[in-house]
Design a protein around this ligand. Structure first.
Ligand code: UD1
Ligand code: CA
Length: 458
């Protein structure tokens, strides 16, 4: 049985934040979730997450994901350190288990790497295998110390290292594979006699080695995967790497991204082939975009479903759905629960909220459509306002098929405009309009001839 112990109890002091470190987001997803997903992706059956600082928040976030949580006691005088953290998960480890230990603050780790670590561990018949990386700047990391024949003999923390040991560029990624029995045996002998007064997990490696067990070190191909997050500069670095990975994934799937550097796509967004994404766009949350779309600059789409062949220009779309062939923008805003049919046109400065629009409907300019049902082939003129709020309640407006609403009209809810009705420009409609009728609801025009001369104004 493969078991993971994922360390996520640390305080994350250097983040200077109210939010637990591992819940800070990279490309829209908490740091810790990437680690958990990599572990699940590597077919680890049992995932044990060690929580402490902000533990309740972390548990809450991951509710229903099938994880096991263990609390590390935190506070004045409580023991501390990665070794002590791992001990909290040992009750879920059998002697025969293969245990992978992961850090909750290294989101760039890939499931393929965890699988390679398992394979290396098994093939070498090691009691413990450490994942290592060669870095140009190893500052801050534990260093891998090898013996004369090149085998790993111990790990020295940066703060405990001698000047000579500090020169070593091979570092401990903080990811390990242990056989269950060896992990328990190694941990039973560690102490906190070091520069930080912590129980170091890394000491278990040296202990096993000294007891004559076979200890391995697997050097990772791409060191960026070991990048840990301790502060917000490192958070931004992980974001950058992850953004590039996500964008490359979509490009290799047939999506054109004009400038990946300025295209922000969150993890989990789905995009169809031959869609073109222009610079400075944000695609967030549970968003799906179809094929052959154009998502033009300065657009943000959140938790929305966009059909095929849709063109969106500098607009904000939230929790809405958009049918095939529809055109939106520039500068439109679909607020939550806007459901647009096919081949619709929502133009400049049009705001839609909690409304359904049938196929071929049009609202080209400067309109507010709220709490409405609008039929097919209906035209909403420039400047039309759906007055849905009487200061107390929100009310519904229904507009049928083939309706023409003249410019600058107000539809005061609740009101029904039936199929084929015409509303004259500038009307304020407060009563229902029957099918195929013209409604004019404005003061009649009066022209006073020669008024200017009579007044002597010219
Ligand atoms: C650790 C390693 C170091 C390695 C580095 C890689 C030790 C002693 N050092 O150092 O060799 O190069 O990771 O990133 O293991 N945590 C707990 N409970 C604790 C302490 C830590 O859950 O009591 C968690 C933290 O939340 C974090 C992880 O363990 O997710 C690593 O802890 P951190 O303090 O960041 O260790 P490093 O100093 O980075
Ligand atoms: Ca760290």
């Amino acid at each position: 049985m493969k078991v993971s112990i994922i360390l996520a109890a640390g305080e994350g002091t250097r983040m200077k934040s109210k939010i637990p470190k591992v819940l800070h987001k990279v490309c829209g997803k908490p740091i810790l979730e990437y680690v958990i997903d990599a572990s699940i992706g590597a077919q680890v059956q049992k995932n044990v997450v060690i929580v402490g600082h902000g533990g309740d928040e972390v548990r809450d976030y991951f509710k229903g994901k099938g994880l096991i949580f263990e609390n590390q006691p935190i506070g004045q005088g409580a023991p501390y350190g990665t070794g002590f953290a791992v001990m909290q998960g040992l009750k879920h480890v059998d002697d025969e288990s293969t245990v992978v230990i992961l850090c909750g603050d290294t989101p760039l780790i890939r499931k393929e790497t965890i699988n390679r670590l398992f394979a290396y561990h098994n093939e070498g018949n090691y009691s413990c295998t450490v994942l290592t990386a060669i870095l140009d700047d190893p500052t801050g990391y534990g260093r891998i110390i090898r013996d004369e024949v090149g085998n790993i003999s111990k790990i020295v923390e940066d703060k405990d290292a001698t000047e000579e040991e500090r020169q070593v560029r091979e570092i401990n990624a903080g990811i390990y594979c242990f056989t269950g029995k060896m992990l328990k045996q190694g941990l039973s002998k560690i102490d906190d006699d070091n520069a930080q007064g912590e129980f170091y997990l890394t000491d278990a490696v040296e202990i096993l080695k000294n007891e004559g067990y076979n200890v391995g070190a697997y050097v990772i191909e791409d060191p960026v995967e070991t990048h840990g997050i301790n502060n917000r500069v490192q958070l931004a670095f992980s974001e950058k790497v992850m953004r590039q990975r996500i964008n490359e994934f979509h490009m290799l799937n047939g999506v054109t991204i004009i400038n990946p550097e300025t295209t922000y796509i969150e993890d989990g967004v789905i995009i169809g082939r031959d869609t073109i994404i222009y610079p400075n766009t944000y695609l967030e949350g549970a968003t799906t975009i179809g094929e052959d779309c154009e998502i033009r600059s300065n657009t943000r789409i959140v938790d929305s479903r966009i059909g095929d062949g849709v063109c969106i220009e500098s607009s904000l779309i939230e929790e809405s759905s958009v049918g095939d062939g529809t055109k939106i923008g520039p500068n439109a805003h679909l607020r939550p629960k806007s459901n647009l049919g096919k081949n619709i046109k929502i133009g400049n400065f049009v705001e839609v909220k909690n409304s359904t629009l049938g196929d071929n409907a049009k609202a080209g300019h400067l309109a507010y459509i709220g709490d409405a049902f609008i039929g097919k082939n209906t035209n909403i003129g420039c400047g039309v306002i759906f007055a849905n709020y009487n200061g107390k309640d929100k009310q519904i407006t229904k507009v049928g098929d083939h309706v023409f609403i003249g410019s600058n009209s107000n539809l005061v809810a609740p009101v029904n405009i039936h199929d084929w009705a015409y509303i004259a420009a500038g009307s304020t409609i407060t009563k229902d309009v029957e099918e195929a009728s013209l409604s004019i609801a404005r003061a009649e025009q009066v022209n006073k001839l020669n008024w200017v001369d009579k007044k002597g104004l010219r």
